[in-house]
Design a protein around this ligand. Structure first.
Ligand SMILES: Cc1ncc(COP(=O)(O)O)c(C=O)c1O
Length: 372
């Protein structure tokens, strides 16, 4: 039977929609730990499966044309991926300026598999040489948190393929709405749905997208065994948020670009980090993120940590808080986290969906703030 063509934007919105007459259009969260069952093989325990995850996984699959496996958090997803991919491999190659907890996790998991090797992902020679040390996993991230460095997915995909190394891309900042790592040969695309994907700063959830059936099955096994499952309520809220991701992230990206340009001309700002204003990587960023550069940027205040703290606390609109991708703008001085390697006076700003003029006015006033 011929099927009507449907854009992925429509498919995303309708992934969890029910249309049988009399049924709720939005399926409620499945709040149960058990399903009635008998006989063999034994099924019916909700650590293995839940229809609310399935609806969310279907929607995530639409975005990246993939099978999705939902976890309790981005870190639970990372742990399952590292356990699945690092076994029997010599090295796990990670970005020096990427999300610091990925490096911490890889270091803690060292006894279970590969040795972490930290590199600059823009230095393709260094990546190639680390991948050449023996069977490896390439754990990429682009743009990176918190320095917004862009890595060339085409080049990394080619290096990984040449070395026979599975490539993982942490796609949390861009999300599948702006960037599709699996199209560049990645074995897995990782996303902390806690951020822009769910977008309302009210849940912690994560997911892995893959087109490799064996890997998806192994991840489901690790999820059931390790127990890092998403609560049905969290999965339901993430699905609700995901439906508006393309709308939100388009506006956030546009505002973030305007703010990055404003900050670049400000006398109190020493440096701005944003894929849309970094001339060195702009062509690559445009090619692999055609729909926008995402909601996150960072900038360095001229001065010390206390000067950046004063700026943050002077805001009336932008909330002092960690995490990112929510509809409300937030910022924080990133180096306050132990283990983070960002410069002391670097502020990471997550641009929400407020009118950009309000945000620029808030930033302009906050940058007037001085330490006592
Ligand atoms: C790039 C990136 N990956 C993964 C994670 C981990 O996600 P979660 O906090 O959902 O465990 C984060 C969290 O900040 C992140 O920024």
């Amino acid at each position: 039977m011929a099927t009507e063509p449907m854009s992925s934007a429509s498919a995303l919105i309708h992934a969890g929609t029910q249309r049988e007459l009399g049924s709720p259009v939005v399926a409620p969260p499945m709040l149960t730990s058990v399903f009635a069952s008998a006989g063999e093989p034994a099924t019916g325990y909700a650590r293995g499966d839940n229809p609310t995850w399935t609806a969310l996984e279907r929607a995530l699959g639409v975005l990246e044309d993939a099978d999705a496996v939902v976890f309790a958090s981005g870190q639970a997803a990372s742990m399952a991926l590292m356990l699945a991919l690092a076994r029997g491999r010599h090295t796990i190659v990670l970005p020096r300026e990427g999300y610091y907890n990925a490096r911490v996790l890889a270091t803690r998991l060292r006894p279970h598999g590969a040795e972490p090797a930290v590199v600059d992902l823009q230095d393709l020679g260094a990546v190639e040489s680390e991948l050449g040390r023996g069977p490896a996993v390439l754990w990429a991230e682009t743009p990176t948190n918190p320095l917004l460095r862009v890595a060339d997915l085409t080049a990394l995909g080619e290096l990984a393929a040449k070395a026979g190394a599975p490539m993982v891309v942490d796609n949390t900042l861009a999300t599948g709405a702006l960037q599709r790592p699996l199209d560049y040969g990645a074995a897995a695309s990782l996303c902390s749905l806690t951020k822009a994907a769910s977008g309302h700063s009210d849940v912690i959830v994560g997911a892995v997208m893959t087109r490799d059936n064996a890997l998806a099955a192994e991840l489901r096994e690790w999820r059931a065994l390790g127990g890092g499952i998403a609560g049905p309520m969290e999965a339901w809220l993430a699905l609700r948020g995901l439906k508006t991701l393309p709308l939100r992230i388009a506006r956030q990206s546009k505002s973030a670009l305007g703010i990055a340009e404003y900050l670049a001309g400000h006398p109190r700002v020493r440096a701005v980090h944003y894929p849309g204003t970094c001339q060195r990587t702009l062509a690559v960023a445009r090619a692999q993120m055609p729909g926008g550069f995402g909601p996150l940027l960072s900038f360095e205040v001229a001065g010390a940590a206390a000067d950046a703290d004063a700026v943050i606390m002077a805001a009336r609109l932008i909330v002092p808080a960690t995490s990112f991708g929510g509809v409300e703008s937030t910022w924080e001085r990133r180096a306050r986290w132990p283990g983070e390697t960002a410069p002391e006076a670097l502020i990471r700003l997550s641009v929400g969906v407020e009118p950009v003029a309000d945000l620029i006015a808030d930033i302009a006033r906050s940058l007037e703030a001085r330490t006592a």
